[in-house]
Design a protein. Sequence first.
Lengths: 355, 355
Amino acid sequence: MAEAEKQVAEEDVLTPRQREILRVLVQEYIDTAVPVGSATIQRIGGLGVSSATIRNELARLEELGYVAQPHTSAGRVPTVKGYRYFVERLMEQVELPLPEQRMIRHQFHQLQLNLDQWMRLTAAVLAHTARSASLVTPPHAVNSRFRHLELISIHDTVCLLILVLQDGSIHQEMLGLSQPIAQEELSRTSSKLNTLLRNRTVREIRESTNPELTGLRGWEAQVLQRVLELMERADRRAVSEIYRDGLINVLRQPEFGSIEKFRRVVEILEHRRFLEPILTRTLNASGVQIIIGGEGPYEEIYDVSLVLSPYGVRGKASGVLGIVGPTRMPYARAISAVRYVAHLMDNLIAEVYGE
Amino acid sequence: MAEAEKQVAEEDVLTPRQREILRVLVQEYIDTAVPVGSATIQRIGGLGVSSATIRNELARLEELGYVAQPHTSAGRVPTVKGYRYFVERLMEQVELPLPEQRMIRHQFHQLQLNLDQWMRLTAAVLAHTARSASLVTPPHAVNSRFRHLELISIHDTVCLLILVLQDGSIHQEMLGLSQPIAQEELSRTSSKLNTLLRNRTVREIRESTNPELTGLRGWEAQVLQRVLELMERADRRAVSEIYRDGLINVLRQPEFGSIEKFRRVVEILEHRRFLEPILTRTLNASGVQIIIGGEGPYEEIYDVSLVLSPYGVRGKASGVLGIVGPTRMPYARAISAVRYVAHLMDNLIAEVYGE
DNA sequence: TATTGGCACTCAAAAGTGGTGATTGCTAAT
DNA sequence: ATTAGCAATCACCACTTTTGAGTGCCAATA
């Protein structure tokens, strides 16, 4: 198995004892937020060696870049590389405790299936379960297909345009018309377009040579134009909207005693520019993704981590959900929470959107 | 006039000089966040008296509860009572500078009128203009009237129910049907209901004795039931959704060097339990409301203030917008920003929703 | 050769120290 | 009623000292 091979290959770099020391150190640091010294590891680690031996091993781990000292006379803290090794090889995968699973399922079952409420609930449940800030994007199809158009007269020259796509997303917009149009005429046009466009993608519609479509003029052409624009926007913005919750949980973390680090979390959550590429990437991945701040392309968000997972039915309707917290995060719990909720969403999506 | 009487009555308590001293003190404290001493007031206040006199007056103001000393050898800071007096009687009302007005108008005119984007923009503009955290609730009608229903088959036994009310709000919900229903039949029912319910309130529908309505059975009755429930929920929850922005601005305030006070701001913004009653109250008030934390029913949110205003067309569609910040807030600017944006919204709402 | 006890060393954090200056309240003079 | 003058207060700052957790290294040990 590739898995086993990888593990063997890794043993060339870290001995089992070093791995155990690293595991204990990261776990302890996650629990206490205090740099961990050799004596502490000896006390709670249960490996039968003296603190001097552990010191030697720690020196080696530091050379290799897995741990670092905030200052000479302090214990060690994990580096980004250390966290990465921990979450990939050392951490014990746990399932979310059954009572919590039951509670979450219960909450989801009580729900009337309104997309907006549903997303909110998901964000709230994630935040509560992982005790950190959460984010959720609504399920979204890749090449959305037209499903239904509705034009409702608001007054003479303004109508409300409601567009429903096959992924169930609803897009609305006020439309100023070039001339006064009555409701009857609006209805006639919308039912015409409903027939012409049904189940088509933007591309198909644009390439159509159907004279009924290409021949549209005046306000009707205007409506079609807006419909296409809305569909394109929906396609382009894989991440349409982001539901958030639980920011307050992050404030409880001791590392945010000073404002600066906390600011980064708020910035990540408020500014799409960070999230958009990360979420898009997650959408196309599979399984729980762990992004540790400071690594590779994520230098800017040093000491903030994200645990994200795609959910939904691939190619039909999928979204991303996950949590944001300090690098020093209880990953085991976070991952199990994210994974469980994502699975639950997979099922719900399959139930609602497809067979 | 009641206004004038009140002012006269108040002059019994505070002499003109005391008022001027209080005004200078609060203004200076708002600007600098540093306790203000008698010398400072003498220097910048321009009242032709010595600092000793000012000290005497300050002692009196302290007795009366308008100012307080953080410790014996420090200057004075305003109390909640002091702030209240300041915003109601001493502060000079200013208009938002014209260039800013122009910029805001410009942003609103560029907008395609989608409610969701609109609310977001409003929150963003408020946050930016008042340099603080902002919140906005969408416009909402009191006794909403039915406008349009659309049923879209998702698969056999699930359909998407879209309900448009007269205030332009759109409500959607997935509906599990008791039996498989085809799209044609869904359409027939929705157009029937559209005729029967058009422009009616929940109350009117419930009290109707029209046999076409009371005679509905099976899944059709189920649909009607859900429509009524949705309409009732829309009526009941005056504050449906809250758009927020600009939290990051609050982090810049020096008083949030420690986390504790900041936490309160986040709590207010995240938990509806604080906001709901405040917003509902504001909705029924008129003009800009200033809520100073620690006062009366708002003890819990000590040292956080809100500047809120209702907007929209009374009885037709109205909402609340405003900002949240530290008690030590540039009220003049905040109020002018909130007032200006609220007026702008009044006009936009009138333009879109009515004559 | 790996492990260990012992020990000198380091250094951040906590506790202590004294000086500074802003500010007050009080008093006596105007 | 107002003011100048002045002693008293006390947070704040810069500085020093103390403390102790923790390290690195070395010589002894298995």
